[in-house]
Design a binder for this molecule. Structure first.
Ligand SMILES: [Zn+2]
Length: 110
């Protein structure tokens, strides 16, 4: 299974769980969440958060092209490279963003 396939499955499962959870009344939601808390297992909200974290972590492992553009200031041009995930400018090009850990697609040119 690739990261992309895993992300898709996580998103589908998460979407289904959220949809079902939304159909529950306030009382039913509280009943389930209390039961899960007593059992020491994650509540619905905690489960949603876990899935979100897993999806975000997997997405960071998929290489994204570096965003590049030119900025002009006082008749001078500056070539700017930015992380596609957190938009921090990258002072040197590496395989991962030093700020957020996003995997970067580094073009090897000549
Ligand atoms: Zn970043």
């Amino acid at each position: 299974m690739t990261n992309e396939q895993a992300i898709k499955r996580f998103e589908t499962t998460l979407g289904g769980m959220k949809k079902q959870y939304e159909t529950y009344s306030k009382t039913t939601k509280a009943f389930y969440n209390d039961m899960y808390r007593q059992k020491g297992t994650p509540t619905y909200e905690e489960t949603f958060e876990m899935y979100d974290l897993a999806i975000r972590a997997l997405k960071k492992q998929i290489g994204e092209p570096i965003k590049e553009h030119t900025e002009y200031l006082n008749d001078r041009s500056f070539y700017i490279s930015e992380c596609p995930a957190c938009w921090k400018s990258l002072s040197k090009i590496s395989n991962y963003c030093p700020e957020c850990g996003q995997k970067l697609e580094v073009e090897v040119g000549d």
